[in-house]
Design a protein. Structure first.
Ligand code: ADP
Length: 160
C-alpha cells in the first residue's frame, strides 16, 4: 500500500490545497493530510477548526485521512508507513524553502521521499495568508476556498 503524507498549516485549507490532495489521491493508495502543530506560528484557526474544515473539504474523496502531528515530520511519516511527503509547488518563490526542507528531510530519513505536485495554474498565486488578509477586509474569497471555509473566515472576523 502506497501511503503519502501531505503536511501543512492549512490555516485555512484553500482550493489550492484541495487541488493537490485530489492529484495525490490519484497517485497513492492512501493520503494522510496532516496539520502540523507548529508553535512558532500563531494560527487564525485552532487545530480543531482546521481539522474540521479539512474533513469537510475531502468528503468527496476516498482514501484520505485527516490527522495532526507534532515533532519531526519524517518520524511521523515512518510511524504511518508513509514513504512519500507531498508538497505543493506554486511559484518559483516556494522553491528555495521547499528545496531546503526536502533535502533536510532526506538527510534525516533517506527512505522518505518528498514529491512535489503543481496545482492548476489558477491556484498558483493562492495562499492561506492571502485568504486571511482578503477575508479580514471583507473581500470576496468565494473562488479561493470552499463555501464552508468562506463562512468560517467571515465568522472569525465577525463579518455577516
Ligand atoms: P506550511 O506552513 O507547511 O507551508 P501551508 O498550509 O501554507 O503550510 O502549505 C502546505 C503545503 O501546501 C505547502 O507545500 C504549500 O506549498 C502547499 N500549498 C499551499 N497553497 C497552495 C496552492 N495554492 N497550490 C498548491 N500548493 C499549495
Amino acid at each position: 500500500m502506497k501511503i503519502a503524507i501531505y503536511p501543512g498549516s492549512f490555516d485555512p485549507i484553500t482550493n489550492g490545497h484541495i487541488d493537490i490532495i485530489e492529484r495525490a489521491v490519484g497517485l497513492f493508495d492512501k493520503v494522510i493530510v496532516a496539520v502540523s502543530k507548529n508553535f512558532e506560528k500563531n494560527p487564525l484557526f485552532s487545530e480543531r477548526e482546521r481539522l474540521e474544515m479539512i474533513e469537510k473539504s475531502v468528503v468527496h474523496l476516498d482514501n484520505v485521512v485527516v490527522d495532526s502531528f507534532q515533532g519531526l515530520l519524517v518520524n511521523y511519516a515512518s510511524e504511518n508507513n508513509a514513504k512519500a511527503i507531498i508538497r505543493g509547488l506554486r511559484a518559483l518563490s516556494d522553491f528555495e524553502f521547499e528545496f531546503k526542507m526536502a533535502l533536510m528531510n532526506r538527510s534525516l530519513k533517506d527512505e522518505v521521499t518528498t514529491v512535489f505536485l503543481m496545482p492548476h495554474a489558477k491556484y498558483t498565486h493562492l495562499s492561506s495568508s492571502l485568504v486571511r488578509e482578503v477575508g479580514e477586509l471583507n473581500g470576496d474569497v468565494s473562488k479561493l476556498v470552499p463555501s464552508h471555509v468562506m463562512k468560517a473566515v467571515k465568522e472569525k472576523f465577525g463579518i455577516e
